[in-house]
Design a protein around this ligand. Structure first.
Ligand SMILES: Cc1cc2nc3c(=O)[nH]c(=O)nc-3n(C[C@H](O)[C@H](O)[C@H](O)COP(=O)(O)OP(=O)(O)OC[C@H]3O[C@@H](n4cnc5c(N)ncnc54)[C@H](O)[C@@H]3O)c2cc1C
Length: 391
């Protein structure tokens, strides 16, 4: 087995790290102002372009080769060190856009890859969360258009997106539409505050008699869940990588602090109870990191979709829970200073909490894993694709 990164991957990692380090300068402002100014956003966008980190998950032309999942994970781990969700400023379009028609690609896909447009993905509704089977937002055919009515909540990026990839029900069939934000009838209902300070908002939207041309349907009628599932699979692996980046940064900061700070006439690092916190972090980070890259490798080497769906759920569950534990331990090592918003460890601690909730809660990941065992037995999940026929 060869665990080494290729020279291109090392270059990618260094580039992602250089961008992340340049972005640290924006963290405090983002925290204090719950976001960035337009001038700061413009600078950040230029930094993303300069470091060639735009849309690292998307092909450059429709139907072109998709970037490797392993490369994406390398970037996600590096940028996951940032607070304020500044990692999200390195735009990562929903991979459902790979289903664009050539015309849609020209109008939506390519401009988003280039950074000229930005999308939000809206699935969740007031009565539809973990169980997306009963989407109440309807799209009813009317001549060459569909008329969309409904309400969507938690629309991350809804404040800056100029189109919203929206899951609707077409006669009961889950179907995606590309809805321009400025279409008459699309309104922001309210913009709630959340536990984290996030560089973008998560507004709630109301769609009232929104006329959407039929050629803005993404994929086919009934393909909505399939497109959503493909998005979740990649995003869950990236959540694993990103939250480990957060845990890694916090653990390094906590270690430095423990080696420097003295109490009871000794450095904190000499107290075995402090060593216990850091040792558990090391175990959580190193085991989950190895696992993230294993699954990313399997994804790149043709692991079948169902097994990959279940393994991505294991990563999401394991790494997001592990990172939450690590961040909590890191705060503890800092004592009162770990509870101050000016400390990146405090911000990361607050921010990784949502990683146990969005893109499917921890409970839902367990259900996916349990269903895989129930439906197909243990092989798909427990086999290692890299072992060939032996497994
Ligand atoms: C900050 C933030 C940003 C978000 N961004 C987006 C976005 O951009 N687009 C989007 O569409 N959505 C977004 N979401 C929504 C997110 O994906 C949902 O919150 C999540 O899927 C859970 O749905 P819910 O909140 O309705 O909880 P519910 O589904 O009501 O679940 C509540 C609790 O019950 C548990 N539960 C539910 N069903 C079961 C079961 N069968 N067995 C055991 N336990 C169960 C859950 O695990 C959870 O603990 C965002 C959420 C947040 C907080």
């Amino acid at each position: 087995m060869d665990f080494r990164m290729t020279s291109q991957q090392i270059e990618l990692k260094m580039r992602a790290r250089a961008w992340t380090e340049a972005m640290y300068a924006f963290e405090q402002d983002c925290e204090e102002n719950n976001g960035l100014t337009p001038a700061q956003h413009a600078k950040v966008k230029q930094l993303v372009l300069d470091h060639d980190l735009a849309a690292v998950n998307m092909p450059r032309q429709l139907g072109g080769p998709s970037p490797s999942v392993t490369d994406q994970a390398i970037v996600s781990e590096e940028i996951g060190r940032l607070t304020g969700a500044l990692w999200d400023t390195a735009w990562r379009p929903a991979n459902a856009l790979r289903a664009c028609t050539p015309q849609q690609w020209e109008e939506y896909g390519l401009p988003e890859v280039l950074g000229d447009r930005r999308s939000a993905v809206s699935i969740t509704e007031p009565n539809v969360g973990s169980d997306a089977r009963h989407i109440a937002t309807t799209a009813v055919k009317d001549g060459d258009s569909y008329i969309v009515n409904g309400e969507k909540i938690f629309v991350t990026l809804g404040d800056i997106a100029d189109f919203i990839i929206t899951l609707c029900s077409v006669d009961g069939a889950p179907t995606m539409f590309l809805i321009d934000r400025d279409t008459p009838g699309v309104e922001v209902k309210r913009v709630p505050r959340f536990t984290h300070s996030f560089v973008y908002e998560h507004p709630e939207f109301i769609f009232t008699d929104v006329r959407v041309p039929a050629d803005k349907m993404l994929g086919e009628v009934g393909q909505g869940f399939e497109l959503t599932r493909d998005w979740f699979v990649e995003e869950r692996i990236m959540i694993g990588a990103r939250t480990l980046g957060a845990a890694d940064r916090a653990t390094r900061l906590a270690t430095d602090w423990a080696r420097e700070r003295e109490q009871f006439g000794s450095r904190l690092i000499n107290f075995q109870l402090i060593q216990d916190l850091l040792a558990r972090n090391a175990a959580d980070i190193l085991t989950n990191r190895a696992f993230v890259y294993q699954i990313a490798w399997e994804a790149d080497h043709g692991l079948d979709r169902k097994a990959l769906h279940a393994k991505a759920a294991v990563i999401k569950l394991s790494a997001s829970e592990a990172s939450n534990r690590c961040l909590d331990n890191a705060v503890q090592v800092f004592g009162g200073r770990g509870y101050m918003r000016e400390n990146p460890v405090e911000r990361l601690w607050r921010e990784v909490r949502v990683d146990r909730i969005w893109e499917g809660t921890s409970e839902i990941q367990k259900l996916i894993i349990g269903n895989e065992f129930a439906k197909r037995g243990s092989s798909g999940l427990l086999d290692y694709a890299g072992a060939g026929e032996v497994r």
